[in-house]
Write a protein that binds this ligand. Sequence first.
Ligand code: FES
Length: 393
Amino acid sequence: MVARRLADESVQPARFAFNAENARWAERTMGLYPTGRQQSAVIPLLMRAQDQEGWISRATIESIADMLGMAYIRVLEVATFYTQFQLQPVGTRAHIQVCGTTPCMLRGSEALIEVCKSKIHPEQRHTNADGTMSWEEVECLGACVNAPMVAIFHDTYEDLTTERFEEIVDAFAAGQGASIKAGPQIERQHSAAEGGRTTLNEPPTAKREKFVPPAPAAEAGAPAGAAPAAAPAPAAPQAPTTAAKPRDVNEDSAPAFKGPAPQGKVSQAKAEGERKEFDREAKADGQPNRAMRPDATGAETDASKIDGGKAPGKQSRSGAADGAAGGGTQPDAQKAESTTGTTVVDTKELSGADAAAVDAAAKKPVRRRKPKSEDLKPTVEHGGDISNDDKSE
Ligand code: FES
């Protein structure tokens, strides 16, 4: 690779201009790019100028730079970078670029260069005596698989031997270059294996036919060969189902949503009225209202009648004795818990009849009701055995 510089001033033309056809082509090419991006057409225009003149001169570079609105140095950088642009006059019938990179060198490129030296000029980038042929060594041209190879203008000639290359040079020198087939010079298809086809040698026999789907199976019981039944008529449109949609929930469709029964509501209102009435009475006399509802249960018995008012609502184990004492203990009766848990009532301050009744009740043994069989059922639900004590009771 050598430094690429413009040709000597002695061979530089004074000016450059595209011919009419190429000028129209250049205008059309620059119009392909967005406004302000016309410099993107620099490579196509340089190549078109080289096709017209044979090489790129200083005048060509400056003319194209003016057309594209570019600095001269910018176009010079492009022209000197790519080896496809020739910076000095070349042969008018052929300029041969010989690839000298490793694959082509290993396959005989050096022998091709010797042919160029002997048939064209001993030094590259020099034309022959009549100015029709020139040659140069270049780097890889991208056809390594078909090495060695050369490029002549826009075509490549590959799989070269020394003999075949000499025939090609002679043909171009005689102005018969168009008779040479471009590409591989041996029996090779493009970059395929050398020597022609090595696999799939048989000509293809399969036919590509349009796929036709099979007819639908005939109805069971239909006679063989019978014409297929007519296609069913399209079903009438159906209203969208609402099965998955939630229904309106109200007290009629969902009883669980119903509130308390009307009579229950009346009872609550009645109870609230009673409570307010009791509060008014309590506030009237300044004393807590201890009145009980007429239908109150035993647990709501007048507190003053149970354990002297100390444990209202709590039933003591001496309930039998209390009951035997004529409906309850006396308010001022003293009592104490014995070691057996029974309540001992002091009868000294009771009247004679009451004291006798209390004594008789105290002597009477307390008998507990023997549980019935259904009373034991809840115990059995937990899987535990019924103890003998439970059974005895
Ligand atoms: S090395 Fe010659 S074409 Fe790539």
